[in-house]
Design a protein around this ligand. Structure first.
Ligand SMILES: [Ca+2]
Length: 529
């Protein structure tokens, strides 16, 4: 047993059958979550964005190079972390706030509730920062300081305020000798230009100490010179994009300093030696091909897992194919609770990877399921990705890919839009038309084509690969009870006489000729309402 045996951990220890194979006390879990961050950090070889705290965490832990979110939207991603279920299983099909109003299904239990029930109340749970999921009863943390009580910037970007709440939470956990799960969800580096442009596109000026911006005491702003940055290959290399990246990096450095503060609080509370620390991001950066997409930059996730156990791997990278659906069983295992059964939970604990790198298998794969984002953005997509290929099924392929409000008003998208309308060239490998108009099936050889430029779905040579991945994807959809599993060419019948044996019944699309897309010639440029 570890040096500190509290009543709560004694209870758990007894529950689990005493000593033997499980010798240690439960490990606390601190989950540090970024909002729309990608790989803008030194540990992932970004040479410009300064992230000394994340880099230090990475060197104390295991850095994952093949981690993927199963969904590229905020609330559905947080729901996946907290329920262990893909968005189509949990019911969190899109954003939670305001008119979007998405929530998990009534019967879905999330981590704080599961931890409380399974441990008989001995595990202490908390969330500080952006929560963005509901209904409240299904995500009831013991300690909550979120946008439900504060302004989102104060609780998600003011790292001093977040630190103060983390100190309170840790003091309570320590005082009550309870193992804990704490989610610290930063709002950085999310955009804010569409709501509060006076603070900068990414709210990078907010709290910087500049005139009228207020000051966050613990934040030392780092200003980036956009002329000196390198634009990643998936974005247009323009001055506009460079300025956006400089602003985004500034908020990532604020997030990084916030991570440093949290880790120092953990140390100061004397809990660092008993706590597993995880860092990841809910979804990819808000640039074209990023957030709301199942393309690589929408779902590839930074992931660091750092264990204080002496035998755990550290200062290493892992090539294991992992999903953010794996976080949920990881938290349960760290706290020595049993994993949840049922095919809706497709994740696996990451703790064994901390011991030993798994052997790469041909069957290694991760899955994706995106349905909405904003309520107006009905564009369901499903995806399977193995080490080499990715298959995306665009269920509403006849519609144009939807654009969300916050991305629409971004300088990057506005530049692409205006260049397209005015017939000007852009240094970008996609056109807006390609971005909007997607075929039903997209198959990419990621190894040879990291930017997903060449769709192989119609190439005879890849017929067998396509078929195999389609089957694999469909099997996952069936296993996880995806309501969209028969879409778009059939209707799912799963009730009444079909209850025992659900079927996909054809809509007869094969007998109907679709008209060609009409090219718009005249339209209003904008409408004032
Ligand atoms: Ca997000």
């Amino acid at each position: 047993m570890a040096k500190r045996l509290s009543l709560a951990s004694l209870w758990l220890w007894l529950l689990l059958g005493g000593s033997g194979c499980r010798a240690a006390a439960p490990q606390n879990v601190l989950l540090l979550l970024a909002d729309d961050a990608g790989f803008e950090m030194g540990a992932y070889l970004n040479k410009y964005c300064q992230t000394p705290n994340l880099d230090a965490l990475a060197s104390r832990g295991l850095l994952f190079n093949n981690a993927f979110s199963s969904v590229s939207s905020c609330s559905p991603s947080r729901a996946q972390l907290l329920t262990g279920q893909a968005s189509h299983s949990s019911g969190m099909y899109g954003l939670h706030q305001g008119v979007h109003n998405f929530n998990v299904l009534p019967e879905v239990s999330a981590l704080p509730n599961v931890l409380r029930q399974q441990s008989n109340g001995s595990i202490f749970s908390g969330v500080i920062g952006k929560k963005h999921v509901g209904p409240a009863a299904n995500f009831r943390f013991d300690f909550e300081q979120t946008e439900e009580q504060h302004s989102i910037n104060q609780i998600g970007r003011n790292i001093t305020r977040m630190k103060d709440y983390a100190r309170q939470f840790l003091a309570q956990a320590k005082q009550s000798h309870r193992p804990f799960f704490l989610l610290v969800a930063f709002h950085d580096p999310h955009r804010c230009g569409h709501i509060t442009p006076q603070f900068g596109e990414f709210c990078e000026r907010w709290g910087s100490g500049e005139t009228g911006m207020g000051r966050i005491p613990d934040w030392q702003p780092i200003y980036y010179d956009w002329r000196n940055l390198e634009v990643p290959a998936w974005l247009p290399d323009t001055d506009v994009v460079r300025q956006e990246l400089a602003a985004q990096y500034m908020t990532i450095s604020r997030l990084d300093q916030g991570v440093g503060l949290m880790l120092r609080e953990l140390q100061a509370a004397g809990l660092a030696d008993d706590t597993l620390v995880i860092y990841t991001s809910d979804n990819g950066p808000p640039f074209p091909g990023g957030r709301t997409n199942l393309y690589e930059h929408g779902i590839r996730s930074p992931l660091i897992v750092s264990s204080p156990k002496s035998e755990a791997r550290r200062h290493e990278t892992s090539a294991a194919m992992v999903s953010l659906l794996d976080i949920y069983p990881t938290v349960l295992e760290a706290l020595q609770l049993s994993p949840q059964n049922g095919s809706r939970f497709s994740g696996q604990s990451l703790l064994p990877v901390l011991q030993r790198e798994p052997k790469p298998e041909e069957s290694d794969a991760v899955f994706g399921s995106q349905s909405y984002h904003e309520v107006t953005m009905a564009y369901p997509m499903r995806m399977v990705r193995n080490r080499r290929y990715k298959l995306i099924h665009n269920l509403n392929y006849w519609a144009d890919f939807p654009i969300d409000q916050d991305f629409y008003s971004s300088p990057t998208f506005q530049q692409i839009l205006n260049a397209t309308i005015n017939g000007q060239a852009l240094p970008w490998y996609r056109t807006l038309q390609q971005y909007y108009q997607r075929p039903e099936w997209e198959l990419y050889d990621i190894k040879a084509d990291a930017l997903e430029r060449f769709n192989l779905a119609d190439k005879p040579k890849y017929k067998a690969t396509l078929k195999q991945l389609q089957q694999k994807l469909f099997n996952w959809q069936v296993d996880t009870a995806d309501p969209w599993r028969c879409a778009p060419h059939a209707v799912l019948q799963a009730q009444g006489v079909f209850k025992e044996h659900p079927v996909c019944l054809t809509l007869g699309h094969e007998a109907i000729q679709r008209p060609k897309r009409r090219v718009l010639t005249q339209y209003e440029q904008y409408v004032l309402i």
